[in-house]
Design a protein around this ligand. Structure first.
Ligand code: PLP
Length: 365
């Protein structure tokens, strides 16, 4: 059989919605200062790294992991202050939890709702599982547009509403009052995606008991363990029980269970790093706000969104990259992200290099 006909046999079954998707693109950062992906720039201390290596060396790689990851879940409950009467399901990153939630509701005519501009995975995963995605536009300053939101909820009756808190890519936390209203009028579940919690320090975790349809999602990625792939979804036991049925039995591997458990026992070190990043964010915001030709948006996360008011964002992005710093180009010619770039808060040295590259890019003809 020719190569082509083999491919045709596969291709004719691939859903059109999948063929249309642009694969999630991860930029090549080799040789560049990496300020594009909201990673924590700090590594663990030498002392903790040595202890961690010993733990990993002792891990039973020949055995399947604990399918429930019970020990790890209890540590997460303590560190993240999950209320005792709520349940937790773990995911291979919070991306996998979004996927489990979508799979749990995926029926014809079911809709998943979030806000635009927002986190791209909500829409991508809706496409993967074949359900509709509705993105309600934010206002110009990235607040929830409650009039539009009320109308969209009434019209589309979403099974799940995802609210990133703080939002990515705008870095702000929405009004608590607006969120409470959305949870109250939603006909289904509302997921508060608190991926940036270590930098925001406001949370709906303690509000879980106020709303049975509320779920709070966290991840260890942005706090310094992006390589482990570990997220958690917290909420009413009756809901979590159903989501947990969709979870593949060994989704949290042995090394992640060991490493995350160890680092959580030493969570103070990550908390210190988060404090450094928050302080550094304030310094970066101040310096950027002092630059002419920029609109800098407020941030309660570990990144800053900004708009070029005179220069072309693509040119500035390329010039900054030429200087050796990779940030994120939002690639918008119009709309709310028009001419915007996004930079992750790094170490003082990295941020210094970014600021110098930005200043020089803005000077270029
Ligand atoms: C980065 C990010 C996540 C992804 O987290 P993982 O746990 O690494 O999969 C989830 N939600 C938002 C809003 C994010 O920005």
């Amino acid at each position: 059989m020719s190569q082509n006909s083999v491919l045709d046999k596969a291709s004719r079954w691939i859903r059109p919605v999948i063929k249309k998707i642009h694969a999630y693109h991860v930029a090549d950062a080799s040789g560049l200062i990496k300020l594009d992906a909201m990673e924590n720039p700090y590594q663990l201390s030498v002392d903790l790294t040595a202890q961690l290596q010993a733990r990993l060396a002792a891990a039973d790689l020949n055995r399947y992991p604990d399918p429930a990851a019970s020990e790890l879940r209890e540590k997460l409950r303590q560190v993240m202050q999950v209320p005792q009467d709520k349940e937790i399901v773990l995911g291979n990153g919070s991306d996998e939890l979004i996927q489990m939630l979508a799979m749990a509701v995926a029926e014809r005519d079911v809709c998943l709702m979030s806000f635009d501009p927002g986190f791209v995975m909500y829409k991508m995963i809706a496409d993967f599982v074949g359900i509709q995605y509705v993105g309600v536009s934010l206002t110009e300053d990235f607040a929830l547009d409650m009039e539009k939101t009320r109308a969209a909820i009434a019209q589309h009756q979403p099974a799940i509403i995802f609210i990133a808190y703080p939002n990515n890519p705008s870095a702000n936390c929405y009004s608590e009052k607006d969120i409470e209203e959305i949870i109250s009028i939603a006909p289904g579940m509302v997921v508060l995606d608190e991926a940036y919690h270590p930098f925001a320090q406001s949370s709906f975790m303690s509000r879980l008991s106020d709303f049975d349809n509320l779920l709070v999602m966290r991840t260890v990625s942005k706090m310094g363990l992006a390589g482990l792939r570990l997220g958690l979804l917290c909420g009413h036991p009756d809901i979590i029980k159903e989501i947990d049925k969709i979870r593949l039995p060994y989704n949290i591997n042995v090394l992640t269970q060991v490493a995350a458990g160890f680092v959580l026992d030493n969570a103070g070190e990550l908390a210190q790093q988060a404090k450094l990043i928050r302080d550094e964010r304030e310094r970066l915001l101040e310096k950027m706000q002092a630059l002419p030709g920029l609109q800098v948006f407020p941030s309660q996360a570990n990144f800053v969104l900004f708009r070029l008011l005179e220069k072309n964002a693509n040119d500035v992005f390329e010039s900054i990259k030429q200087s050796g710093v990779l940030i994120k180009n939002m690639k918008a010619d119009d709309g709310l992200l028009k001419n915007c770039l996004r930079v992750t808060v790094g170490t003082p040295e990295e941020n210094g290099a970014f600021l110098a590259a930005l200043v020089s890019a803005m000077k270029n003809e």
